[in-house]
Ligand binder design. Sequence first.
Ligand SMILES: Nc1ncnc2c1ncn2[C@@H]1O[C@H](COP(=O)(O)OP(=O)(O)OP(=O)(O)O)[C@@H](O)[C@H]1O
Ligand SMILES: [Mg+2]
Length: 583
Amino acid sequence: MSEATISWLSGPVLRARTCGRFHVSDAILVGAKRLLGEVIRVETGGIVAQVYEDTTGLRPGDHVTSSSEPLSIRLRPGLLGNIFDGLLRPLVAMPGDTVLAGMREAAAVPLHYCPLAKKGDEVRGGQVVGKFTTGAITENHLVPPGVDGEVVSIAGEGDYEDNEVLCVLRGETGSETRLDAGHYWSIRRPRPAVKRLPPREPLVTGQRIMDTLFPVARGGRAALPGGFGTGKTILQESLAKWCDADVIVYVGCGERGNEMAEVLNEFPTLEDPRSGRPLLDRTVIIANTSNMPVAAREASIYTGITVAEYFRDQGLHVALMADSTTRWAEALREISGRLGELPGEQGFPAYLSSRLAEFYERAAHVETLQGNEGSVTIIAAVSPPAGDFSEPVTSQTKRYVRCFWALDRDRAQARFFPAVHPLTSYSEDIDALARWWQARGNPDWMGHRRQILTLLEQRARLERMARIVGKDALPPRQQLTLLCADLINEALLRQSAFSPVDRYCSPERQTALVQVILRFVDRAVQALDHNVALEHIAAIPVLRRLQRASEEISEEKVAQFRLLMERLDEEFDQLEKREGHAR
Ligand SMILES: Nc1ncnc2c1ncn2[C@@H]1O[C@H](COP(=O)(O)OP(=O)(O)OP(=O)(O)O)[C@@H](O)[C@H]1O
Ligand SMILES: [Mg+2]
């Protein structure tokens, strides 16, 4: 066992004189309380390390012990439905309170195990040897990547304790590996897969502006940048509740404790629309609130992504929400500052960019080692100070994500939610995802999307002009463009997270709404061409119905959109008959 003695301390970082071998990323235990830490630099005769717990009371001369193992977390069944700190240690939520209270050992829940492999089978890392049917989701018993051999013994069906040996493997050299329900994995090391698959299908979020205009692919990477109070947390929560992932890993990173407590209070009361069970059953929450140690915040997003990869390797689709990566980058900055490293832009360390790259790189749609498909999609909030998207964390993040859902301060101030700006946001997966939409009842999804964005662009231009000359001075055709773009904005893009009818919008309902709105646009343009006066078009009764359609036509009543479409055609037919030819 390698030992060291603390020579210098500053907050969560320390230097120690070493005796014996230490490696970068080794987990260490510090002081009499054996606080968990990690080696971040090795120098001649000494180490630099960060400590993941409160260092109050530590002093020079205290002992440091190396575990000679990289900092790892134990991946095991029973993570779903629970809350952990940045290093996957269980946390207890204080019901109804604003803070998360102390840590405790994981409660020993017996696991129900069904073996799938049998004695004599040859198994490889990533393969499934059994199943756990304790929780809401049946979890696989995976052979840890890198381990292989012949099954010497395997437990029969029954209830077992978490740390009981369930399967013994004999490797080629004759050495035996004993597998219990879980295994350790270093949080900084991506879990292996056979290969990456190209983006093919979207992660359906149920939010119209995202699914219809800026979809993210399963295995994709999206950033949600927005200034203070622009709706990042509410949107992340909506995505966690309604997106069609099998498992959600929610990393609350450096946000206020009360926000985290709200999530904890709300999730158990919500029902998963797919299974009818509590949403919490398919969620793992990793909380490192602003009042918790800063170094653990740095680790929390790696812990989150490692947990997400573990579920991916079981053949599941996982969505990882991180709120917010800016607080994570600030933790990097604080640690780097205390170490006296040369600061880069705005004091962030020069390696900010490579750290972000390493994190986003771990989002993927893969063929797993057991031969099926799984994915990890990252959706990361970014909180640029003063909403300035040119600051380092936002601009570096932009280099690595494929979807950029820019939250706009003006929209949020006007209480227009979600405040995603349709002209500054983008998705780079449109071409890859068009086929999916085409197969889901909207053969002209690409064309519709383009038409919507063109109208919104024209609106921005015309509004600038109208500010100078006045709206009434614009020709009727341009005024009609404004009317149509307003309809798109209000009826399609606005979607309240608190509306029981509209907080989730299925792809079918999105398509129906888009089709009826664009039919209005076409018919209105046609009516104007047939000399119907603009004020008559604007006064057509069906317009009011359209504006309220997303709130009034629920998921169960999607067929009503057809009636709305018929009514729209009838009203325009009558209008043209009455007004168009009369002039
Ligand atoms: N999708 C939404 N639907 C309805 N209201 C919303 C929505 N998003 C945000 N809001 C409103 O905006 C408020 C602020 O949202 P939120 O707390 O998510 O912002 P934030 O960007 O996370 O802020 P901070 O920078 O403080 O973390 C919410 O309390 C809510 O009233
Ligand atoms: Mg927030």
